[in-house]
Structures are given as C-alpha cells and as structure tokens.
Design a protein around this ligand. Structure first.
Ligand SMILES: O=C(O)CCC(=O)C(=O)O
Ligand SMILES: [Fe+2]
Length: 303
C-alpha cells in the first residue's frame, strides 16, 4: 500500500495539534500499520504490559539497567559490541569525526557504518525479544528498527547546538529510542534529558514556545513543566534509558568529559524518514524466525 503524501502532515497532527490526536492515532495504527497491530495482538493476547512499557506509556521515559533487562545472550552481544568499539578506538589513525556522515553534528562521532550486516552484534542485540516485546507493548504493534548507531559525544568550544537544545523528534507518531550508556554518565558528560508526559500520547499537551532562532530554551520549557519534573538521565555504565522522543528532550552539552552510548530507534512500519542504514546484502527471509523480528527488519505494513 502506498501512503499518500498528506499522510505525514495528518499524522503529525498527533504531535503538533492535540485536538487531532485521537483520530490521527487511530488511522496510524488501525489503517497504515494494521497488520503490525494485528500480528502483535495475536502474539500478545491481553498483554500483561511489563512495568517498563507501562511506565513508558505514562511518562514517555523510563530507566533500567542491562543487568535487570537483558538476557545473558544479550549481555554477551553487548560485550562483543564493546570489544569491537574498543578496537576501533585503539586504531591510531582513527580521527574524531572519521565516521561522521555528511551534515552531522560537530559534537558527535558515530561508529557504526551505514551498511550493516544482519549478523552484526549491534543488529542482533536490537532484535532481541526483550527489546522487541517492550517496543511492541508500547507501540501496540510490532516495531520497525529505523536507526542504530554508537555515539561518542564530546565537549566542544562552541555553544549548545542542534539536539543539545530542547526539541521533539518528528520521526513518527510514536517511537521508542533506546540508549545504552557505555560509560558512566553524569551531569558533566552529556546526560539525555526529558520532560515527562510530553510525548504524543502523554498527558501534557502544552507546546513549548520556540525563540526566533527556532530554539526552545529552558525558560520556555518551565512553562510546560517545572524544572523539578525534568529528568536528567545520569547513570552508571550499562544504564538503559528508554524514551519516546516525540516528547521534549535534549542531550545536555558535555562540559568535562565524553559520553559513549549505543542507540536503537524503533518506529511503526511507516516512519516519516527512511531507515538510516542499509543492509550489506539482502536479509534472507528464512533468517527471520518470527513476526516480531520480521516486522523489525522489513519496512511497511505487510510481511
Ligand atoms: O544526545 C542526546 O542525549 C539526545 C539526542 C537526541 O536528540 C535524540 O536522540 O533524538
Ligand atoms: Fe532528538
């Protein structure tokens, strides 16, 4: 099914115009993503939503830890990813920004290639059942793995830029972004920050006022929710932060040291921008063991 161009504008109604939320949510889930919804519903009859997805629905953000959330297989995959990262970092010729793609951010280098194999441990980790089930429980449909990367954020001489200001991600009606911290993160090395309940289906519908330069500053965010409610996600290595980034968020600018994290982004089968990586070679369908994984790998509504 091809999606009419008007769809995106309509779907954005759920984020920009609270009055349109119920109808645009309905069309998004039961129209354009209906097969994903049905397959999820069949597999998860009367889902006893995990505490993580329940909290995510209510707050738009939830924190957990690798030791509480990951199976031993997932932990093993994470170790492989960290070993690979360590090797890349130790290559003498490795330059800051060497892995950046064009138009990217001056405060971040990214380690994963945009051509990935299905076997890559980061892909395998992103497709583990504890993650896909949590994403499905939150979205109410099987999610699609829209983006994946390893970020290294570092202090710069410049002022805050881009995602270091409050913003919403206009990527889909709902989304799930998973950050796995690969080092200890404090207020000084760029924690992820979030204003709870501002996600598309959250209880705070108020929109923050942007300045002329398009930035939303702290003073304007206070009008949406008092600072005492903001979540500054400091956490030790292997903390997991899960957020629907349709809600207001930013990465606090690192002041003293660096931050490393693994990032997965899951959306519906119809994100507003295409997947940001490609398969090195087409994934053989018999490698996809069930609907949960099939829908995560293959874009669209029908598998
Ligand atoms: O750097 C961060 O913690 C936040 C980045 C961001 O805006 C995003 O992941 O959507
Ligand atoms: Fe963002």
């Amino acid at each position: 099914m091809s999606i009419p161009a008007q769809y995106h504008a309509f779907a954005q109604g759920i984020i920009r115009f609270p009055a349109l939320r119920p109808i645009s949510y309905f069309v998004w889930s039961h129209g354009f993503n209906s097969q994903r919804v049905q397959s999820y519903a069949r597999a998860s009859k009367r889902p006893a939503l995990s505490l993580v997805s329940q909290e995510l629905r209510k707050e738009g953000i939830v924190g957990t830890h690798v030791n509480h959330f990951f199976s031993s297989h997932s932990k093993h995959l994470l170790e492989q990813i960290e070993n690979e990262l360590e090797q890349k970092r130790s290559v003498a010729s490795f330059q800051k920004n060497a892995y950046q793609t064009k138009g990217e951010k001056a405060y971040r280098e990214m380690f994963l290639s945009k051509m990935l194999s299905f076997e890559h441990p980061a892909i395998q980790l992103a497709l583990q059942p504890e993650l896909l089930q949590m994403v499905g429980d939150y979205l109410g449909m099987w999610g699609f793995l829209r983006a994946i990367d390893i970020w290294h954020d570092f202090p710069t001489q410049q002022a805050e830029a881009e995602t270091q200001y409050w913003h919403r991600d206009y990527i889909d009606v709902m989304n799930v972004k998973v950050f796995i911290y690969l080092n200890d993160v404090t207020k000084e090395n760029g924690p992820f920050c979030y204003v709870p309940k501002t996600h598309a289906r959250g209880s705070i519908a108020k929109q923050a006022q942007a300045e002329k330069d398009g930035r939303i500053r702290d003073e304007k965010m206070i009008a949406v929710a008092p600072e005492s409610q903001w979540r500054i996600c400091a956490g030790e290595k292997h903390s997991i932060v899960i957020a629907d980034t349709s809600g207001y968020h930013k990465g606090l600018k690192p002041t003293k040291s660096d931050r490393y994290l693994l990032m997965f982004l899951y959306t519906s089968g119809h994100p507003w921008y295409p997947r940001d990586f490609q398969w090195q070679k087409e994934v053989a369908l018999d490698r996809l063991p069930n609907d949960q994984v099939r829908f995560a790998v293959l874009q669209g509504n029908n598998q």
